[in-house]
Design a protein around this ligand. Structure first.
Ligand code: SF4
Length: 223
């Protein structure tokens, strides 16, 4: 069922590409350089509780100041860092999180071998941020669960849980174990949530209406 939904979403929205580097999506790029991986990691921290366009502004500031570098973030004055990342919101908290992150993982070679559990030990890195980094920057097969994913599975009526780990495992057990599919599926869920499965869902034209318990019951009530 979950894989069938993936195929329908892919057909409807088309490939979403993967993480933008330098603000540009390149769906054909399979490997990131060390610098690009670091940019994805910083983006994953800055995107906590904010929309991506705000993150882009903060990343542009860091790029322009030539600070997208683990050592430079570690050394930069906290006030200056706060100013540069201000567009991403919660900037004081995020500056602390960025500093914690770079000071915990230096040198960068260490990052590749860090387990999921080690990521959780870094203050300010929760499961969604850790899995975003593991999947998008490091190419490890962990499905990213966000608020949109939780909302979707519960509305579909195929899995009833609000717990991050349970939902992640549910996806990982029911779709092919593929890094590309995990990346694409997460992006497609975001596209669905932005276009149809909003807080107040617009079910009538949703591409997966027939697979959705909530949507079908809503339609029945209307008729
Ligand atoms: S039918 Fe409605 S509730 Fe179901 S996934 Fe689509 S928009 Fe969301």
């Amino acid at each position: 069922m979950l894989y069938k939904i993936y195929k329908k979403l892919l057909k409807y929205f088309g490939p979403q590409g993967w993480w933008p580097i330098g603000g540009i999506y390149n769906p054909f790029k399979k490997c990131f350089s060390e610098k690009e991986k670091f940019e994805v990691m910083v983006g994953a921290i800055l995107t906590q509780n904010t929309a991506w366009n705000n993150v882009e502004k903060a990343l542009s500031n860091l790029r322009r100041a030539n600070l997208l570098d683990i050592k430079k973030i570690s050394k930069i004055n906290s006030r200056k860092l706060e100013t540069l990342i201000k567009p991403s919101g919660f900037y004081k908290q995020k500056a602390v999180r960025l500093k914690n992150f770079v000071n915990s993982v230096r040198p960068i070679g260490l990052i590749e071998n860090m387990s999921r559990e080690e990521w959780f030990r870094i203050n300010g890195i929760g499961p969604e941020t850790a899995d975003s980094i593991l999947l998008y920057a490091l190419g490890k097969p962990y499905f990213v669960v966000d608020a949109y994913t939780k909302r979707l599975v519960n509305r579909l009526g195929i899995f009833n849980s609000e717990k991050y780990e349970e939902i992640r495992e549910f996806f990982e057990k029911n779709i092919p174990r593929s890094i590309e599919i995990y990346k694409e599926y997460h992006a497609l869920i975001v596209a669905l949530a932005k276009n149809f499965c909003k807080k107040n869902p617009e079910c009538k034209n949703c591409p997966i209406l027939k697979d959705c318990k909530y949507g079908m019951s809503k339609m029945r009530k209307k008729n």
